[in-house]
Design a protein around this ligand. Structure first.
Ligand code: SF4
Ligand code: FES
Length: 237
């Protein structure tokens, strides 16, 4: 069948204004949106810019907005978008580098500030750092994050407060705060106990709805708030 795509196009090196270009692709209902973008680039318009790598929901590089919802193009199928036209746009709140490619440097730097690695003030053990299956289960959900940025791009709070660190950063904070091998529980809680840290979240749940890995993002943020209130009853923002 023929599927109509309306795709956001903008090359800041060449274009004065962003715009949309239409393409018709011959596709099956179970073809992925990424397959259709590949067909467009390979067969119709080699100038179309987008990121992809694994094509199997692992690398997180092809997050984009499809018919108004952020998603991975490699996880969504043509049949997920009945209704004649599929509109593809870059992730909102991010600077467009070209077409569907956005600048994720700021997004990654925010996470880097949270020390997204194990920090243990004790001297290293002679062998590996052991973790019990029960302790591992505490981070089972959040450890699935692939940094696709769909949650942060979808967050309505960020539209109003660009300084908010956003749901993805809080998922990474949660991941290390609850890792039994990490030694910075209190410092990590302190770091996100800020008016641009955990507190701007007001439970829109959009992050949870769009997360392609099924991470309970909002629930994790609420859990962090409760732990901060417990750890610093007088000092929570
Ligand atoms: Fe993507 Fe989910 Fe991680 Fe957000 S929490 S960056 S939506 S995988
Ligand atoms: Fe890697 Fe989609 S291309 S997650």
């Amino acid at each position: 069948m023929d599927v109509n795509f309306r795709i956001f196009r903008f090359d800041p090196q060449v274009d004065k204004e962003p715009g949309y270009r239409n393409y018709t692709v011959s596709a099956e209902p179970w073809d992925r949106i990424l397959d259709c973008l590949n067909k467009i680039r390979w067969e119709q318009d080699g100038t179309l810019g987008y990121r992809m790598s694994c094509a199997h929901g692992v690398c997180g590089s092809d997050g984009m907005r499809i018919n108004g919802k952020c998603a991975l193009a490699c996880q969504k199928l043509v049949k997920d978008y009945p209704g004649g036209e599929i509109v593809v746009e870059p992730l909102p709140h991010f600077k467009v580098l070209k077409d569907l490619i956005v600048d994720v440097d700021g997004f990654l730097s925010t996470i880097k500030v949270l020390h997204p690695h194990l920090v243990d003030p004790e001297s290293p053990p002679e062998q590996e750092r052991l973790q019990s299956p029960d302790d591992r289960r505490k981070i089972d959900d959040v450890i699935r994050c692939i940094l696709c940025a769909c949650c942060t791009a979808s967050c309505p709070v960020l539209a109003e407060n660009p300084k908010y660190i956003g749901p993805a950063a809080l998922v990474w904070a949660y991941r290390f705060i609850h890792d039994s091998r990490d030694g910075r529980y209190t410092e990590r809680l302190k770091q996100i106990n800020d008016h641009d840290g955990v507190w701007p979240c007001v439970n829109y749940f959009e992050c949870t709805r769009v997360c392609p890995k099924g991470i309970p993002v909002t629930k994790s943020i609420n859990q962090l708030k409760r732990e901060i209130q417990k750890a610093f009853p007088e000092r929570s923002e």
